[in-house]
Design a protein around this ligand. Sequence first.
Ligand SMILES: C[S@@+](CC[C@H](N)C(=O)[O-])C[C@H]1O[C@@H](n2cnc3c(N)ncnc32)[C@H](O)[C@@H]1O
Length: 281
Amino acid sequence: MLPFLRVGICQRARHPPRVPGAPWIRRPRLPRLPTAINRLRVPAPAMVARMATDGGAENPARDPASNPKVVMIRGLVNDDATDGWEKCWEEGLTPWDLGQATPAVLQLVRTGSLPRGRVLVPGCGSGYDVVAIAGPERYVVGLDISTSAVEKAKELSSSLPNANQFTFMAADFFTWQPTEKFDLIFDYTFFCAIDPCLRPAWAQKIQEILKPDGELITLIYLISGQEGGPPYNTTVADYEQVLNPVGFKAFSIEDNELAVKPRKGNEKLGRWKRLSHKSLL
Ligand SMILES: C[S@@+](CC[C@H](N)C(=O)[O-])C[C@H]1O[C@@H](n2cnc3c(N)ncnc32)[C@H](O)[C@@H]1O
């Protein structure tokens, strides 16, 4: 589907069409992001903590909208998703960025529990997880819609010893056509960042670009009790709702004991395979 059409459908869902004859009501616009945000020196872990706690199931009473950075992200992304993510990266408005690979990924690599072959990390951001997964056994593609994110990821990683075992690409996950299918897709905080109306298309795309016996790993950031997004409310059932109809079944859903402190108790590691191919029992 063409990107503008996809975004249009989602925006129509959020903002129903005007009734003929009714007066135009201008949608309230959130203030433009001041470029001074670049100069805000908020330590990364504190920013992550605030975003994570505000949106976490641990504290569902607090809406992340109380965090001005989340309000700014929403203002940018809800207006125009593609442009909005780009602006977030340009302005350094990335409170989700851990500044390191997520410990669960490091553990999966260390324990040799990941499939070998071609791996995709959609919505890879700064690319820490891409670099962590890449090695002689796994070639990893990090994909992000934001060219600034991809530039940052390249800058951070181009001189690493495993640099020829991964690549970064700027493209829209929903319209991108890889030349080859993947053995593993790893999703961390991409599903909770996309508009929920895109979730069926997310599942469809995973099904389309994963090899029949490939594995999907979702590091699920459980979020509840909030209005709007991103990040959007996300439960295990939300994944099942879109993955089961395209043939995927979880063969393991476990608490992520290794979640970073602000997200502790709010993450689950889900491992999924296609039912039709092999019995998962
Ligand atoms: C919440 S961030 C998570 C980044 C990274 N996974 C991490 O954990 O740090 C979501 C990322 O998805 C990217 N993104 C949003 N929509 C996308 C799309 N349609 N295709 C590819 N990337 C997209 C954004 O630019 C952003 O970097």
